[in-house]
Design a protein around this ligand. Structure first.
Ligand SMILES: [Zn+2]
Length: 179
């Protein structure tokens, strides 16, 4: 559920709030040379505010039709994967790093929902990564079946996020689609 949204160009931050109404977070993004600096505060239920400030490195790659698009480097030191989306609930990291953290807590409802979302994508012939575009309707499948699976897949993907979480999206559509 998107409780509030803020759009910050060219990097977009969206805050998803779950049932834990007392959790609060705020963020600002500052552009620097070769990086963006994240400044944010977060507070769990009944906890003090915690302030964080650190850089996330940004790499630019050429688009097929001209222009450049930005990628984040996962700030987890042992990871450094190049990704289009970072997730934050405390610390920002790529989905794989968050997934490792979930798996260490065993089958939580979040990871069960993620498995379901991934299974639906694969059934439709798409990539299991929920950050990729949702797969189109396979040939021979009824639209009704496809719409039902798409809706279930989107709901499962939304449930796979922790109770509150930032999604930081590197998007440079304007640059990549520039004529
Ligand atoms: Zn990572």
């Amino acid at each position: 559920m998107a409780a509030s949204k803020r759009f910050l160009s060219p990097y977009r931050a969206e805050l998803f709030l779950g049932p834990d109404e007392e959790s609060r977070a705020s963020i600002s993004i500052r552009r620097d040379v070769g990086s963006v600096v994240l400044l944010y505060g977060h507070r769990g239920r009944g906890e003090e505010w915690r302030r964080e400030e650190y850089p996330v490195f940004v790499e630019w790659t050429p688009c097929n039709y001209g222009g450049l698009r930005p990628w984040f480097h996962c700030p987890v030191r042992t990871c450094d994967r190049r990704v289009a989306v970072l997730y934050g609930s405390g610390m920002f990291a790529c989905r794989q790093c968050h997934q490792l953290a979930y798996e260490s807590q065993r089958e939580t409802s979040h990871s069960r929902a993620l498995s379901r979302a991934q299974a639906i994508r694969e059934k439709l012939g798409g990539s299991p990564c929920i950050d990729d575009d949702f797969p189109p309707k396979p040939k021979g499948m009824h639209w009704r079946t496809y719409r039902r699976l798409a809706l279930e897949g989107e709901r499962a993907a939304a449930r796979s996020l922790p109770p509150w979480m930032w999604r930081l999206i590197s998007t440079m559509g304007a640059s990549c689609n520039a004529t």
